[in-house]
Design a protein around this ligand. Structure first.
Ligand SMILES: Cc1cc2nc3c(=O)[nH]c(=O)nc-3n(C[C@H](O)[C@H](O)[C@H](O)COP(=O)(O)OP(=O)(O)OC[C@H]3O[C@@H](n4cnc5c(N)ncnc54)[C@H](O)[C@@H]3O)c2cc1C
Length: 350
């Protein structure tokens, strides 16, 4: 086992991916997690390579998607459990212009590995969609059963006496020459994965991590055909292993309340019916706050002044794909000074 001592603060996807990737380097980090429901606990966990109004490739798509798929498979092997559901995304065209654009992209060498207009895939769509919709299939899509992964990894840390269910108190942290001390114990590095709570961290409080509220529903409805695809048109619908359809999500930079809203229900049900009408019954309704940044890039790396302090944050709406890739870069930066991508370093905000 490595003698590198790492303390990870947080219990969301960033913290758990950093924990999991540390194990590859024989590091046994201590996780301090206040166990409060956060973005990761309510997220749909979707992996979608083409996003935004123009359905462009997501940033670093050709690197982060293959990495995410192989990383989650390695977690499955490690825990003997299923986390990754690789499924084609059936994207329903918004209008004729979008249809033309997607057809053009499906012939573009930059995009064609991600888009299929395959008639075989179309044949296995539910009858309603076969008859009433036009669309294309996006490859490398799917979703992660995030809560299952978080629970397994936390249990692993607990079994190894490396998990504390408490709130990290920044007043108890002492920065010493070449190391850090927390509650009487020395560490080589402290990693902040606290999402929107980074504002409580006095060393990184300058960072402009802003909260974006998202709401998502768990519905009972017709399940036939839902296990084979994720459906997407402004929102997504897919069948989660817990048996409920996930329908999401909303986005709000202004709503800071932790209440579920009727406006979100109305919006999501209307959009779900536009994909596939049904007598949906709302079984669950969740909300959470995405940690977002002004330049839409995550914040990853070493504090510019305090060399034992690190951060993995600002995953926005793409934590499921971005956080494994950047957790890996970060661990290698800590251990081997292998630099993280310049565009994500915290320095840009200091
Ligand atoms: C409705 C919704 C749907 C989403 N859907 C998707 C999706 O389909 N695909 C996708 O990729 N992303 C999605 N996201 C975004 C995704 O949830 C985030 O990108 C990701 O979960 C962020 O993970 P994180 O670990 O960085 O932060 P968080 O999940 O916010 O975790 C931070 C953790 O730190 C803990 N913490 C904070 N302060 C302390 C402290 N002092 N001591 C101890 N612990 C502390 C918190 O309790 C929390 O567990 C969605 C988000 C929402 C809200």
């Amino acid at each position: 086992m490595s003698d590198f001592k790492l303390l990870i603060i947080g219990g969301g996807l960033s913290a758990i991916n950093a924990y999991q990737l540390s194990l590859r380097y024989n590091i046994r980090p201590l996780i301090i997690d206040d166990n409060v429901i956060s973005a990761s606990h309510v997220a749909a966990g979707m992996l979608n390579p083409l996003t935004g109004r123009n359905l462009s490739k997501t940033w670093l798509c050709d690197n982060v998607f293959p990495f995410a798929h192989s990383y989650y498979k390695s977690c499955e092997n490690f825990y003997g459990n299923k986390f990754l559901y690789s499924l084609p995304i059936y994207h329903l065209f918004r209008d004729e212009a979008e249809e033309n654009d997607i057809y053009a992209k499906s012939a573009d060498p930059n995009y064609r590995h991600l888009i299929s207009t395959d008639s075989e895939l179309r044949n296995s769509l539910p009858a309603y969609l076969k008859e009433n919709s036009k669309g294309a299939f996006f490859r490398q899509g799917g979703f992660i059963d995030i809560n299952n992964l978080l629970n397994q990894a936390k249990q692993h840390a607990k079994n190894n006496c490396n998990y504390l269910n408490e709130s990290f108190n920044w007043n108890d942290l002492k920065l010493l020459n070449g190391k850090v001390e927390y509650k009487g114990k020395d560490y080589n590095a402290i990693l902040d994965c606290t999402g929107i709570k980074v504002s409580d961290n006095p060393y990184f409080s300058k960072l402009p991590v802003m909260s974006n509220k998202g709401e998502i529903l768990g519905l009972k409805g017709k399940l036939s055909g839902h296990s084979d695809y994720l459906y997407h048109k402004k929102i997504f619908i897919f069948k989660h292993p817990d048996g409920l359809l996930r329908v999401g999500s909303t986005y709000s930079n202004t709503d800071k309340s932790t209440q579920n809203t009727q406006a979100a229900v109305d919006f999501l049900i209307e959009k779900a019916n536009a994909i596939m009408p049904d007598n949906y019954i709302i079984s669950k309704h969740w909300n959470g706050f995405r940690p977002t940044t002004p330049d839409r890039r995550p914040i990853v790396g070493q504090h510019p002044k305090h060399k034992n302090l690190f951060i993995l944050n600002g995953m926005g709406s793409k934590g499921a794909t971005l956080s494994p890739f950047f957790a890996f870069q970060l661990i290698r930066d800590m251990l081997y000074k292998s630099p993280v991508n310049e565009l994500v370093k915290p320095n840009r905000f200091f």
